[in-house]
Design a protein around this ligand. Structure first.
Ligand SMILES: Cc1cc2nc3c(=O)[nH]c(=O)nc-3n(C[C@H](O)[C@H](O)[C@H](O)COP(=O)(O)OP(=O)(O)OC[C@H]3O[C@@H](n4cnc5c(N)ncnc54)[C@H](O)[C@@H]3O)c2cc1C
Length: 387
């Protein structure tokens, strides 16, 4: 078989960002993926402004779904904060379409895919070996593990992720209101929130997210409660979900393995946003992977993620505490001097640390040329006819 410059495990956003970026610089890359066609994943499909900006900067031909300009940041039943924005607050994409669009792009570029479930990986000091259930072992001096939260590759080397949140959701529900709106309801799960993400075609997904240490059973009850209260939905159909890893990874020894996306624990603990970090770390993995030796590649990769690690450390400090007080959070978010700068920062694709650092400048910006066209505080849950 032809020499492989780099193996990529997993064809989610992290794996595709890595493979496409490697192929663009002429590397021979092979992607190993268990599903021949990207199917539905437990995911809200919410693409933040920073994710959309990154996709455009990397010139990825990705399915972005529907832009939504109207957002609520609530703490029911006490605070309902409704934001009307000049730019999209989020794009909501169906996850299967998003993943497949990246795969189609990779396949058009001639990137090789091997379909099979990875059963293990090893490193002999010179080459990585990737074993799958249905093809013979693949070898390469470089390996990027992008095979998701339960990464088989990471576990083969004794690697662990530091923390995880939990999210459960129902999909293809009837969307509330005449105008598509994104809803975040703080406190609908312990140390977490409930969400509704509209696809813009009368359908939506909705779920609950929690950074607390709670059981799947309790999450199911919270979700059923939330769907009944918020969407009057008592038969939501199939419930999907899983762990959302954050806080980075621990990899024992000096194995020069590169971990990207959920495999490396790179989601945002505040919101559970993982697609942006998957694309970002996948791309960073590709830039580092071709360093002069695999060992240097891992060092270069971890160095390139310094600011991401710093942001995660900050979020680790604030998120669990912040979510314990949803009512206070809802009230504070209703203050113009708070939500104005936060909106400006998020719309410009800044992360939490950058929003805190640039707060005074963002405050001035929010007064001079606000991205918010209208803000309303309501004392009760908005009904469909209000919108
Ligand atoms: C309920 C829920 C809602 C979410 N909503 C959002 C949201 O709205 N916005 C957002 O940004 N993030 C959201 N996330 C997080 C987001 O889905 C993940 O962070 C993101 O998918 C990570 O991308 P990835 O490429 O690292 O991993 P994945 O997308 O998990 O991709 C991993 C790939 O590896 C393949 N694979 C896995 N194991 C093997 C194996 N043994 N052999 C071969 N292939 C394998 C899988 O088939 C898959 O294609 C949500 C998560 C959950 C659980």
């Amino acid at each position: 078989m032809e020499r492989i410059d780099c193996l990529v495990a997993g064809a989610g956003p992290a794996g595709m960002a890595a493979a496409i970026s490697l192929a663009r610089v002429g590397a021979r890359v092979v992607v190993v993926e268990k599903k021949e066609i990207a199917g539905n994943k437990a995911c809200g499909g919410g693409l933040t402004p920073r994710a959309v900006r990154l996709i455009r900067r990397l010139k990825f031909d990705a399915h972005l779904g529907h832009p939504v300009f109207y957002l609520e940041g609530n703490a029911p039943p006490h605070h309902y904060n409704c934001f009307f924005l000049k730019k999209p607050a989020l794009h909501i994409s169906r996850r299967a379409l998003f993943d497949q669009s990246l795969r189609d792009m990779a396949q058009k570029m001639g990137i090789n895919f091997v379909f099979g479930t990875i059963s293990g990986a090893s490193w002999d000091g010179r080459l990585f070996t990737l074993k799958t259930h249905c093809s013979k072992a693949l070898k390469s001096p470089r390996l990027i593990a992008a095979d998701g939260a339960a990464s088989r590759v990471r576990r083969s080397f004794g690697g662990t992720i530091r923390c995880h949140a939990l999210a459960l959701m129902a999909d293809e529900l009837k969307s509330p209101g005449a105008r598509p709106r994104i809803i975040f309801d703080g406190g609908m799960a312990p140390s977490g929130y409930g969400w509704v993400f509209p696809y813009g075609d009368g359908r939506a997904n909705a779920g609950v997210y929690s950074v607390a240490d709670i059981s799947g059973g309790q999450m199911r009850r919270d979700l059923a409660d939330y769907l009944a209260k918020r969407l009057a939905e008592h038969n939501p159909g199939t419930i999907t979900g899983g762990a959302i890893p954050w806080g980075g990874y621990f990899l024992p020894g000096r194995v020069p393995l590169i971990l990207a996306g959920d495999a490396g624990g790179f989601a945002d603990p505040m919101t559970g946003e993982g697609i942006y970090h998957a694309l970002y770390t996948g791309h960073a993995a590709a830039l580092a992977a071709l360093a002069s030796s695999p060992e240097k590649a891992r060092i270069a990769y971890e160095k390139s993620l310094k600011s991401l690690f710093a942001n995660m450390a900050l979020l680790r400090l604030i998120c669990q505490r912040a979510y314990r007080l949803p009512r206070q959070g809802g009230r504070i978010l209703g203050l113009k001097a708070v939500h104005g700068p936060i909106t400006e920062g998020l719309i410009r694709g800044l992360n939490t640390s950058a929003v805190i650092g640039a707060f005074p400048a963002l405050l001035l910006l929010s007064l001079a040329n606000p991205s918010l066209s209208h803000f309303e505080r309501r004392s009760r849950l908005p009904l469909d006819k209000d919108i």
